[in-house]
Design a protein around this ligand. Structure first.
Ligand SMILES: [Fe+2]
Length: 196
């Protein structure tokens, strides 16, 4: 089976403070690149002789498969996270319970993004099934995820997400991202995860 790019879910021309050019470039080059890379890796894996392959080939291909898979999945969530819309009552109640309110959650999430400025990684709002709670999780690359948790909102802090619009001003990018949160999409994802 080969992976295909999902259509861009946000309207790139309708975001506040984020240019259409950077969103389209991010979608085509970085997300598209991950999907292409994943398909090339899957092809190599399909042709591998597992009985004789050197361990560094097995390790390398499976590591790269994980990186490309998570890059694809997290980028899909990132574009899904853009497009200002309100949170449901269910998401608001969960944020109140786990963070003390929407403002407190947003302050923590934005601070985590700004703290990654100059580096790279992801900030994820994830539902932890183990503890039945939402948690903001830190990721220094595509493979850092809390075991058993499912991200419902993703902030990409790789430089390609902001440099074209903001130069090195990562904090300004984080502010723009926070002004475009698609909280309706996050609300639906949370409801599905909770079986509500
Ligand atoms: Fe990205």
């Amino acid at each position: 089976m080969s992976y295909e790019m999902k259509p861009l879910t946000c309207n790139p021309g309708a975001l506040s403070g984020l240019s259409e050019k950077i969103i389209v470039s991010h979608y085509e080059n970085n997300y598209g690149g991950a999907v292409k890379r994943l398909n090339a890796i899957e092809q190599e894996l399909a042709e591998l002789d597992w009985a004789t392959a050197p361990v560094f080939v097995v390790n390398g291909l499976k590591r790269e498969e994980l990186i490309a898979s998570n890059s694809m999945i997290l980028h899909e969530l990132y574009f899904d996270s853009l497009g200002a819309s309100p949170a449901s009552a269910g998401l608001l109640a969960q944020l109140q319970q786990d963070f003390g309110g929407m403002a407190q959650w947003a302050a923590q999430f934005a601070a985590m993004g700004k703290a990654q400025g100059g580096g790279s990684g992801w900030v994820l709002l994830a539902w932890s099934a183990r503890d039945n709670k939402l948690i903001n999780t830190w990721a220094s690359d595509h493979t850092c995820n809390l075991a058993g948790a499912t991200p419902i909102l993703a902030l990409d802090m790789y430089e390609h997400s902001y440099h074209m619009d903001f130069g090195a001003k990562a904090a300004a990018y984080v502010e723009a991202f926070m002004n475009n949160l698609n909280l309706a999409a996050a609300s639906s994802k949370l409801a599905a995860l909770k079986g509500a």
